[in-house]
Write a protein that binds this ligand. Structure first.
Ligand code: ARG
Length: 459
């Protein structure tokens, strides 16, 4: 097929370079957006009388026909077209003849590709929000039934203080909420129309940028034509928000992987989400969270690619930008599938071992802070109380005992303010119950938060 620029050139492209230059292998994903963009552009040219009304309807009908053919599986964009934009233009010309050659009036592939990609990404961001809500719901449902399930809380991966399992799960709901907020913010910048910036300078053809923006559902238009065709911030912002969301998925994945080890035994995987080993018959592997943890690296990599792609690229459009698509497409695919897999894992793939969880919090020193706080309640300065409890812990460790094994007389040897009540205070259930500060793990606080989430997520 002759290139549109063939009249300007003496020779044809080297076949390897032709392939090297092409993006049709991956940008055909943008076909529906490219068609919508062209339909809006043609309508606008009709409205401004650049095209006659018969030319306009011929072009629009042609584009609609291509859409139907594509949706019915009768047309698939492919080489030798260089990219999806040329592909559609070529197809239109082959369908409707000479009039098709008028479609590209007053625009460039530079503003066209930016428009297509934004339309595609806007739709995907909306899908991601739905997936994230489902994920939040799965965590909330699990939290609802585990308000009174205790789990050791860690800092530095050392036992710190016992927690309500629901409180631990709700921490992830907060992270996913911030992810949703970030995507929403990115969406508003994605939702800005570059169409009509043409190659870089605007055009003398009579166009109406606000009209095409409205047709395509954009909130606003780029104010500067050079910026419009060279801005790829929205790609980087999107992948950056995705990288953070993946880090949250990777964090819970890592926790699940630990929880299901023989060493922790806080939970086990159901057969729906676990896989066997090809060699060791006893094994049940956490492939799902491991894959999510592994895929996080891909998204971080895409962020790095995009940041490097824009670095040092002078204004305005440069072919480097063709490299924006694969990282964006793969990020969307990776994060969507990871969110879905995690939702399934939380819904039906994991069962907590309540007995082991409660045994764990019974048998450690994670109530030591409460012992100190008890003395603080008796007006002992915290630093003094902390040191007294340090001595008690050491005393216990040397004798292979826990705090709950001490008698009240033994407690009194360390500080006279200790009395009977202290024993009760050391019960992990009471320890958790007492953390009633706002945002704390106290059951009353957790119940309130569950309530708030139910309202927010409408369940
Ligand atoms: N395939 C190109 C891309 O993805 C389309 C824009 C090409 N523009 C140009 N001036 N060569 O970026």
């Amino acid at each position: 097929m002759a290139k549109v620029w063939s009249k300007r050139f003496d020779n044809t492209l080297n076949p390897f370079i032709e392939k090297f230059n092409a993006s049709i292998g991956f940008d055909s994903k943008l076909i529906l957006e490219d068609l919508d963009c062209s339909i809006a552009h043609a309508k606008m040219l009709g409205k401004t009388k650049v095209l006659s009304s018969s030319e306009t309807s011929k072009i629009i009908n042609g584009l609609e026909k291509i859409k139907v053919e594509y949706l019915r599986g009768k047309f698939s964009p492919s080489p030798p077209s260089e990219d999806i934009h040329y592909c559609i233009e070529e197809k239109l010309i082959s369908l409707i003849g000479e009039t098709g050659k008028k479609l590209h009036t007053g625009r460039s592939r530079n503003d066209q590709v930016g428009t297509d990609l934004r339309l595609w990404l806007r739709k995907e961001i909306d899908n991601l929000d739905i997936l994230l809500i489902d994920l939040q719901k799965s965590f909330l449902i699990l939290a609802e039934s585990n308000i009174y399930t205790l789990i050791p809380g860690y800092t530095h991966m050392q036992r710190a203080q016992p927690l309500s399992l629901a409180h631990h799960l709700l921490a992830y709901l907060e992270m996913f909420q911030r992810d949703r907020e970030r995507f929403k913010e990115v969406r508003s910048r994605v939702n800005t129309s570059p169409l009509g910036a043409a190659a870089l300078a605007g055009t003398k053809i009579k166009i109406d940028r606000k009209f095409t923006a409205k047709e395509l559902g954009f909130e606003k238009i780029y104010k500067n034509s050079i910026d419009a065709v060279s801005d790829r911030d929205f790609c980087i912002e999107f992948v950056s928000a995705s990288a953070l969301a993946m880090s949250h998925l990777s964090k819970i994945s890592e926790e699940i992987i630990l929880w299901v080890t023989d060493e922790f035994s806080f939970a086990k995987l159901t057969d729906k989400c676990a896989t066997g080993s090809s060699l060791m018959p006893q094994k049940k592997n956490p492939d799902v969270p491991e894959l999510i943890r592994g895929k996080t690296g891909r998204v971080y990599g895409h962020l790095q690619s995009l940041l490097t792609m824009v670095k040092g690229v002078p204004l305005a459009y440069n072919k480097d930008f063709q490299e924006d698509k694969e990282p964006i497409f793969d990020t969307v695919q990776t994060i969507s599938s990871s969110i879905k897999a995690m939702t399934i894992l939380i819904n039906e793939g994991i069962e907590f071992n309540i007995k082991n969880l409660s045994d764990s919090v019974e048998n450690d020193f994670s109530n030591a802070t409460d012992l100190a706080d008890y003395l603080v309640g008796k007006d002992v300065p915290f630093r003094t109380a902390y040191q007294v409890v340090g001595e008690i812990v050491r005393f216990c460790i040397e004798r292979n005992m826990l705090l709950k094994d001490l008698t009240i007389d033994e407690f009194k040897k360390f500080h006279l303010e200790f009395d009977e009540v202290v024993i009760e205070n050391l019960e992990p259930f009471n320890v958790v119950k007492s953390r009633i500060s706002k945002g704390g793990t106290g059951f009353s606080q957790v119940e309130k938060e569950i309530n708030n989430w139910q309202k927010k997520l409408l369940i």
